[in-house]
Ligand binder design. Sequence first.
Ligand SMILES: NC(=O)c1ccc[n+]([C@@H]2O[C@H](COP(=O)([O-])OP(=O)(O)OC[C@H]3O[C@@H](n4cnc5c(N)ncnc54)[C@H](O)[C@@H]3O)[C@@H](O)[C@H]2O)c1
Length: 380
Amino acid sequence: MTKPLNIGMIGYGFMGRAHSNAYAKVNHFFDLPMRPVLKAACGRDQAKVRAFADRWSYESVETDWRKLVERPDIDCVDICVPNNLHKEIALACAANKKMVLCEKPLAMNGAEGREMVEAVEKAGVANMVWYNYRRVPAVTLAKQLIDEGKLGRIFHYRAKFLQDWTINPELPQGGTALWRLDVAAAGSGVSGDLLAHCIDTALWLNGDLVSVTALTETFVKERKHNLTGKVEKVGIDDACIFFGRFANGSLANFESTRYARGHKALYTFEINGEHASIFWDLHDLHRLQYFDHRDGGLTRGWRSVHVTDGEHPYMANWWVPGLQIGYEHSFVHQVADFIKGVASGNLAQPTFRDAQRTGLVLDAVLASAKTGQPVDVVRD
Ligand SMILES: NC(=O)c1ccc[n+]([C@@H]2O[C@H](COP(=O)([O-])OP(=O)(O)OC[C@H]3O[C@@H](n4cnc5c(N)ncnc54)[C@H](O)[C@@H]3O)[C@@H](O)[C@H]2O)c1
């Protein structure tokens, strides 16, 4: 018997859409003991949230997230709002014994994240953070290859996340769509927005980061603020570069920026091990580049693995070998794994506790950027 899992969605922007799509599709492709039911959508603007609810077939709407969290017919709350709201909503979910799915980054900083971890664990509610790139099949395959020891000892982990959409100094900060430029809503700039993804993947694939040395820059120092109408100081980092050391002895080299003209969402990582290397690129997300030094010399070279075979992670649930899937499917996989975790009692990762590790690396990165000195990553 498939049980209903009543979803309360808070936020109807980019992620509200990506997650709603995943809830709608997941049971068509995965055999699961629960079926998400789109019970209620919440946003501050009644007309807009109504239009969203109609388009995605939510049964009802709320304009105050507190009401949604308190509703007895909601099992699971999905937090798809700017970062400064994550903590308050997550704590309310814990108080109301609701399962909670939270968008990344978990919190504005490690201190907030700690409170959130404690609250959901004390309440005993299922929880997860949407670091969705773990569930791109090629990235999951990278994890399998590393865990099988194919790369041997790891020497280097290199990651970049490059965009170019904030170069225009006339772009305002704050309010709808531009909250990412407002430090009060976002907490940080490219570090919490983009590097957070790179760090989560890295910790998952390569283990803990122990220390980091960082450099940040804010290229446009003042922008008009949409909420006040005044020109105000920009508090976010526009670019962030850091290097560091992992617990396994490998070296970290990370970069993210919104000032790389020509790049829209160029998330790449490369891992160099003693026997083999792996490279992945979000713009070509269904491929994993793999080089194995143990291959015969004459034909040794980089292999471009088209990750679409039935034996590849998640792919048996989709089409036939050779036909690729894309960005949206990473969210479908995450919902499928969340439901399996709830049913088995073995929660899917990353839980709030897992995601807190990324928050603590971000704290260390931003602290190091202030002084230019290396900073050890705190472990909770
Ligand atoms: N996993 C990913 O790859 C990924 C990608 C993009 C964004 N995110 C994260 O998702 C979250 C949302 O980002 P987004 O891109 O969807 O933003 P968005 O601007 O597209 O949408 C934000 C939504 O929050 C709503 N909102 C704001 N304040 C609210 C309030 N007080 N009550 C109810 N609703 C409110 C807005 O009306 C809007 O619907 C952020 O934490 C962001 O970091 C994650």
